[in-house]
Design a protein around this ligand. Structure first.
Ligand code: AP5
Length: 207
């Protein structure tokens, strides 16, 4: 968990790789659906592009489908989900039904100034989807495949402000909900070099 631009995708990918488990990022799944103009994409597009949350029932359908896959049986990293208290309650039900439990909630803390810097400077590859940091994006082409870098539709300044507001109103209460639950919540400083943030995460998970 963490506000927009906190590094959930960056760190979630490294963590999933390290643990050898799949990572399910609802934002990535929704953006792909929008790009491919599937039925889900057509339903989600106006919410994603406006920086509003996609309705709970749509997102829960995605997560239920992902967690039912055989590869999720050994564990998984969820990125960008749950984002509402209703989603958190539904996830608790899914996990309980499977006889498992959540190991941890990781919450990345980053100052608002740094979030704005990261989001307005982020560029993604139109070809392969690689996410670049503001400093890498200055090069103008994808460091992985040489493709064209573009700005995410919801990374425009006015949409970023709306995403931060939606985050405070709808997602911060989820953290308070987990604080009252049995699931351990780890707040990790998300600022500094990517490798250092990952080391902090692993240290907290090992403790
Ligand atoms: P989503 O894609 O989840 O967007 P978000 O939460 O706003 O998060 P971001 O992807 O912007 O940031 P991040 O925290 O992953 O940071 P990243 O690693 O990319 O969701 C998009 C939309 O989908 C939502 O607005 C909503 O409409 C919908 N949606 C998704 N899930 C939903 C749900 N559960 N319910 C309802 N609707 C849902 O890093 C950001 C930038 O910073 C990158 O350029 C990166 O390279 C750079 N960076 C990362 N770490 C560092 C560092 N340590 N130092 C410097 N730069 C860094």
């Amino acid at each position: 968990m963490g506000p927009p631009g906190a590094g959930k995708g960056t760190q979630g990918e490294l963590l999933a790789e390290r643990l050898g488990v799949p990572r399910y990022a609802t934002g990535d799944i929704l953006r792909r659906a929008v790009r491919e103009q599937t039925e889900l994409g057509r339903e989600a597009r106006r919410f994603v592009e406006a920086g509003e949350l996609v309705p709970d029932d749509v997102v829960l359908g995605i997560v239920e489908e992902a967690l039912a896959r055989p590869e999720a049986g050994e564990g998984f990293v969820l990125d960008g989900f749950p984002r509402t208290v209703h989603q958190a309650e539904a996830l608790a039900g899914i996990v309980e039904e499977s006889g498992e439990s959540l190991d941890a909630v990781l919450y990345l803390t980053v100052s608002e100034e740094e979030l704005l810097r990261r989001l307005t400077g982020r560029r993604v590859c139109a070809e392969c989807g690689t996410v670049t940091r503001p400093s890498d994006a200055a090069e103008g082409e994808c460091p992985a495949c040489g493709g064209t870098l573009v700005q995410r539709e919801d990374d425009r300044p006015e949409t970023v402000r709306r995403r931060l507001r939606v985050y405070r109103e709808r997602t911060e209460p989820v953290l308070a909900w987990y604080d009252r639950s049995d699931v351990p919540v780890h707040r990790v400083d998300g600022e500094g070099p990517i490798g250092e943030v990952q080391a902090r995460i692993r240290e907290r998970l090992a403790s």
